[in-house]
Structure formats: structure tokens, C-alpha cells
Write a protein that binds this ligand. Structure first.
Ligand code: NAD
Ligand code: WQD
Length: 340
């Protein structure tokens, strides 16, 4: 298939582009490099020996995007592009609603003007909000996220579902990711956060290379065995393979409409378990202090991944130790990320 990947230079996008190329697909990328660098795609090309056509473009440049679709002949789109920092979205809600919704609407109008009707969307476990029981199941409603970023995911899922209901030519996959971590086992591509990382594992690996002084553990008084929060960490390569499985399923299932799948492992690990796994993988002791809880954090978040297994034939297979070993290979070989 010929696939257009939006946000393909980013963390999850670059690993997915690599997996698509390795499985024989043709890939083009649209990215404005707001949170990434073309270097990730250059490295994907080196690793795979295949080339990727890179369009530097903001998805909101609708005329250019429409022209791209008119010429492109894409069989499907994977839509990663968007802003993703939860805390920033609370401070700048209009930036988040504006960017994520306008980009997606521009993309969907450009697709509508072309013949492309298959799209896989990067949704998030954040759509389950703070009331859903764990493990999360896809049938849970109502979807109400606790921050503007998460609400953009809820809204875009709704837009895509309505679009699929309007015309049965549309095939829509809504992939609800849990906590993507790790890197390609080569250590050549990985997560490259700008500024202070918001997420746990890039913070840990930056402490390990001396870019940060210590990790602050956000609360050790949760109702869990060691008192720290539990999450469903998933290796980014398992996640990348989940996208290919979803695309294959959509291609084989005319009339599917819109369908959601959780992409997680079905198990959870605590903050301290993640730190311990990283220390085992790297041999570096992570200096840490316990701080107060972070507002909005859940005690437990983890998936029921059984729908993805039965319908997509996909299951996460990589362990937490592999996630941390691959993260360490990336961080130790690229202490300052793609900026070198
Ligand atoms: P990322 O920031 O590394 O990648 C997003 C990419 O989109 C970047 O390359 C960025 O430059 C590009 N982009 C942003 N706005 C754009 C625009 N208007 N036009 C063109 N390009 C634009 O993020 P990621 O971690 O790879 O996440 C990818 C997707 O997965 C996002 O939609 C995110 O919300 C979702 N997601 C991420 C996580 C996570 O923890 N990383 C979890 C659940 C869902
Ligand atoms: C994981 C655990 C923290 C940093 C976020 C988004 C979610 C999704 C994935 C996109 C929690 C603890 C963290 C630190 C810590 N993204 N922690 N010290 O919050 O589960 O999910 O990213 O859709 O929507 O909310 O991930 O990596 O920030 O935190 O103790 O410096 O690590 O409290 O228990 P989270 P995270």
C-alpha cells in the first residue's frame, strides 16, 4: 500500500514509518517539525535502505494538502500529527483545540476531495478519563477526558465516527495507546523531547546521562503495592506493529466503519518498577526524590487488549526490560537526541 503518515517524523511516527517500510509499504510523510526533526526520517532511510518522500507542511495549509492528495494516490493515512503535552494543554486550551481539531478537519476535507477513505488515528487511553474501571474496555462510555489535550482525542474520535456513519466507504481505526516507551533496538531512532520531559521514561534516561539532576517521583502514597502509580507501558515497536495490523485489517474489511482498539499490554508497572528495570538495563543508579502527587494522575491505568488480539491478530510481546534496554541504547548513543 501507499501510505501518507502525518507527524511521521515524531516519536511514534518514525518507528511506524520504519515498520511500514520493512513490511514493503511505500511511505510519504507530512510534518511541520514543530516537535521533531527531519533527521529521524533520514535515519529511518539508513536503517531500512528505503527512501521516504518528506513534505514539510502544516496540516492546516489546506490548499497544499488538498493538492498533495489530488496527486498522491494514497491507499490510507496514519494520522499522528498534533500537540500532546497534557500540562501545556491546560495552560493553552485554545492552542490545543485549535491545532488538533483544525489540523484534523483540514486533513479530512483534503481526503474527502480525493479518493482516499481509510485512516488510522492516534487516540489515547486518556479518552477513558478518571471514572472508567480498569482494565479499560473499548465499549466503555461516556468518554470524557480530564484535560483539553485528552478532550481533543475524544472530539476527533467523534468526528471520525460521524464521518464513517455518513458514508460507508470510510474505514476508520481509532487506536487508543497506553504509555509508549523504548526505542528501535538499533538505538538510532527514539524519543527526543524538547526541553524538560513531561513523561517518566525520558526523564529517567536524561537523569542517567547527567542532563537532569534527579527524578521526582510524583507521590508514593497511592493505593498500590509500592505506593507509586501504575501504567501500561508498551514498547514503541509493538505499538508500531499495531498500526500495520490495523491497516491490514481495515484493508480487508469493507464496510467496517469506525472501530476502536486498545493498544496496550494488559498489565501495569509502578514508577519504582520502571526505575528498577532501567537501572538493571543501564547499570546506572537513578537519583530520585519523592515529591507530591501530580494533579490529574490516576492510580491505575491499563488496557484490556483482547479486542486487538482477536480482531487484528496483534499482541504486544516485548517486556519492560527490553523497553528499558532499548531506551538506554538510544539515550546513551544520542545523549542530546537528534540535535547531536
Ligand atoms: P510527537 O510530538 O513526537 O509527534 C507528533 C508529530 O506531529 C511531530 O513530528 C510534530 O512535528 C508533528 N506535528 C504537530 N503538529 C503538526 C501540524 N499542525 N502539521 C504537521 N505536523 C505536525 O508525538 P508522539 O509521541 O509521536 O505522538 C504521536 C501521536 O500519538 C500524537 O497524536 C499523540 O497525541 C498520540 N499519543 C501519544 C502518546 C505518547 O505518550 N507519546 C500516547 C497516546 C497518544
Ligand atoms: C507515568 C507515571 C506519573 C514523570 C501521559 C498522558 C497520556 C498519554 C501518555 C498521550 C505516572 C509518574 C512521571 C515524573 C513521575 N499521552 N511520573 N515523575 O501521565 O500516564 O500519561 O502520557 O496521550 O495522555 O497523560 O505518563 O509518563 O507522564 O507518567 O513520578 O517526572 O510516572 O505520576 O504515575 P501518564 P507519564
Amino acid at each position: 500500500m501507499k501510505i501518507l503518515v502525518t507527524g511521521g517524523a515524531g516519536y511514534i511516527g518514525s518507528h511506524t514509518v520504519l515498520t511500514l517500510l520493512e513490511q514493503g509499504h511505500e511511505v510519504e510523510v507530512v510534518d511541520n517539525f514543530d516537535n521533531s526533526s527531519p533527521e529521524s526520517i533520514r535515519r529511518v532511510e539508513q536503517l531500512t535502505g528505503r527512501s521516504v518522500v518528506l513534505h514539510e507542511m502544516d496540516l492546516r495549509e489546506e490548499e497544499r494538502l488538498t493538492a498533495l492528495f489530488a496527486e498522491g494516490g494514497y491507499d490510507a493515512v496514519i494520522h499522528f500529527a498534533g500537540l500532546k503535552a497534557v500540562g501545556e494543554s491546560v495552560e493553552k486550551p485554545t492552542l490545543y483545540y485549535g491545532t488538533n481539531l483544525e489540523s484534523t478537519l483540514s486533513l479530512l476535507r483534503a481526503m474527502t476531495a480525493s479518493a482516499t477513505r481509510t485512516i488510522v488515528f492516534s487516540s489515547s487511553a486518556t479518552v477513558y478519563g478518571d471514572q472508567a474501571p480498569v482494565p479499560n474496555v473499548e465499549t466503555y462510555e461516556p468518554l470524557v477526558a480530564t484535560n483539553p489535550y485528552g478532550q481533543t482525542k475524544v472530539m476527533i474520535e467523534r468526528i471520525l465516527t460521524d464521518l464513517a456513519a455518513s458514508d460507508d466507504a470510510w474505514r476508520v481505526g481509532l487506536l487508543r495507546y497506553y504509555n509508549p516507551v523504548g526505542a528501535h533496538p538499533s538505538g538510532q531512532i527514539g524519543e527526543d523531547p524538547q526541553g524538560i520531559p513531561n513523561n517518566l521514561t525520558p526523564f529517567i534516561s536524561q537523569v542517567a546521562v547527567g542532563l537532569r539532576e534527579h527524578l521526582t517521583v510524583y507521590g508514593d502514597d497511592y493505593d498500590t503495592p509500592d505506593g507509586t502509580g501504575h501504567r501500561d507501558y508498551i514498547h514503541v515497536m509493538d505499538l508500531a506493529e499495531g498500526h500495520v495490523a490495523a491497516l491490514d485489517h481495515l484493508a480487508a474489511t469493507p464496510g467496517i466503519g469506525a472501530r476502536a482498539w486498545n493498544l496496550g499490554t494488559g498489565t501495569s508497572s509502578s514508577v519504582l518498577e520502571v526505575v528498577a528495570a532501567f537501572e538493571r538495563a543501564s547499570g546506572v543508579e537513578i537519583k530520585r526524590v519523592v515529591g507530591p502527587r501530580r494533579g490529574g494522575d490516576l492510580t491505575y491505568s491499563y488496557s484490556d487488549p483482547s479486542r486487538a488480539e482477536s480482531e487484528l491478530g496483534w499482541r504486544a510481546t516485548r517486556t519492560l526490560d527490553e523497553m528499558m534496554a532499548d531506551l538506554w541504547r538510544w539515550q546513551s548513543q544520542n545523549p542530546r537526541g537528534y540535535r547531536g
